[in-house]
Design a protein around this ligand. Structure first.
Ligand SMILES: Nc1ncnc2c1ncn2[C@@H]1O[C@H](COP(=O)(O)OP(=O)(O)O)[C@@H](O)[C@H]1O
Ligand SMILES: [Mg+2]
Length: 378
């Protein structure tokens, strides 16, 4: 059984759309699929036309160990079953506060999944919290859907770094692939940046690209996977292509397992400058889309449990108390998300009053006092 999680802390990048349509296409190709919704928003149910008041047993009771997973499985289509979610799942993080092994609840529950499933596909919420960690730790493969803008690529880079920390701390290896979604071939940025990234990192970028297609929104509104709504649209062809690529790449995927992504090579800012796409791409992303001026930046690092973890930089006048981290559920991994305007920033982490360079960032410059600061380009 292959287990694939759809993850990205950013909402609206196509996680749920991909979970629904990939599962439906795999089932259409003869595979037996179990789709699990780990997002309290419960959009998987809506995408299959299931009303929320028709969900009697949800993934919440399964995660809490109140019922075996078999009791929460329902059939959606031929060869396609699901464990659905509803809004009660939002309480999971709070209910689990301080609980032992809380990031492995899904993994444990899946030990009882009937063996006849070929694929397990997990949709996750738009956050890097306990539910997403449960998804990552229950799977061997992860797909990160990314919308092609320069800034979502930067968000992806931070997510990849966080996944790497999670892998190390939990001693769990993941094969991670990036999927370009909502792709508009007309813009230079999309074309140049993605073809460059796919060419440079074929092992980490899926060859399939999901084009922008309005039929997807309409199909979702009608509670249908795309193949049941319109088989002539580009989205159906793209998701069929994705399912085929995943089937074809069974051996290739397992071959890349455990390889770590070389983040030095994945320095997007330098890549963009190198290819001359950066000036065009930034103005395109800002003028042509809904992106606000400020960008979300995720800081994540390892620190002892119960530590006081902060970040200080020229974005908060070097006052660490103003940016306190939270314990990120996976033991000793801490994170903090802040919004910053595009620009170059210097910063340091502060753990229990000790000032440290970012151990995952090799870029540093001298401060006026003879020390070093880490450098971040937003
Ligand atoms: N390729 C696409 N083209 C057009 N609209 C899309 C595409 N992929 C997703 N959408 C739409 O974008 C919205 C957000 O997608 P969704 O899959 O719910 O994102 P997420 O689960 O990451 O929050 C939905 O309304 C969906 O129908
Ligand atoms: Mg979603």
């Amino acid at each position: 059984m292959r287990k694939i999680a759809l993850v990205n802390q950013k909402g609206g990048c196509g996680k749920t759309t991909t979970a629904i349509n990939l599962s439906r296409c795999l089932a259409g190709m003869g595979k037996t699929v179990l789709l699990i919704d780990l997002d309290p928003q419960g959009h998987v149910a809506l995408g299959f036309g299931v009303k929320s008041d028709h969900i009697q047993t949800s993934v919440y009771e399964v995660l809490l160990g109140q019922i075996p997973i078999a009791r929460a499985i329902r059939t959606l289509r031929e060869r396609l079953d699901a464990v659905l979610s509803d809004v009660i799942l939002a309480a999971f993080e709070q209910v689990m506060a301080g609980a032992q092994e809380r990031e492995f609840k899904l993994k444990r529950a899946l030990e009882e999944v009937p063996a006849h499933y070929d694929y397990l596909v997990i949709d996750s919420p738009p956050s890097l919290g306990l539910l997403t960690f449960n998804a990552l730790l229950a799977c061997e493969e992860a797909i990160i859907p990314v919308e092609p803008s320069f800034f979502s690529l930067q968000g992806m880079q931070r997510l990849l770094e966080t996944i790497q920390v999670v892998e190390r701390k939990a001693n769990h290896q993941l094969s991670v692939k990036v999927l370009a979604t909502n792709f508009d071939r007309r813009t230079n940025f999309c074309r140049e940046m993605f073809s460059l990234l796919q060419a440079r990192f074929p092992e980490h970028f899926l060859a399939t690209v999901i084009r922008n297609c309005t039929a997807l929104r309409e199909a979702a509104r009608q509670g249908k996977p795309i193949g049941e709504y319109d088989q002539k649209c580009s989205a159906f062809a793209d998701y069929q292509g994705l399912a085929r690529e995943i089937l074809d790449r069974e051996s290739a995927w397992s071959a890349t397992r455990g390889t770590t992504i070389d983040f030095q090579r994945l320095n997007l800012a330098e890549l963009a400058v190198e290819t001359g796409t950066i000036a065009g791409s930034i103005s395109e992303a800002e003028s042509g889309s809904r992106q606000p001026m400020e960008r979300e930046v995720i800081f994540s690092l390892e620190a002892p449990a119960h530590a006081v973890v902060q970040v200080a930089g020229n974005f908060n006048n070097w006052v660490p108390e103003s940016l306190q981290f939270t314990d990120s559920q996976v033991t000793q991994v801490w994170h903090k998300t802040i919004s910053l305007k595009p620009g170059s920033y210097e910063y340091k982490y502060v753990i229990d009053g000790r000032w440290l360079l970012d151990p995952h960032n090799s870029r540093a410059i001298h401060d006026p006092y003879g020390g070093l600061n880490s450098v971040l380009n937003v």
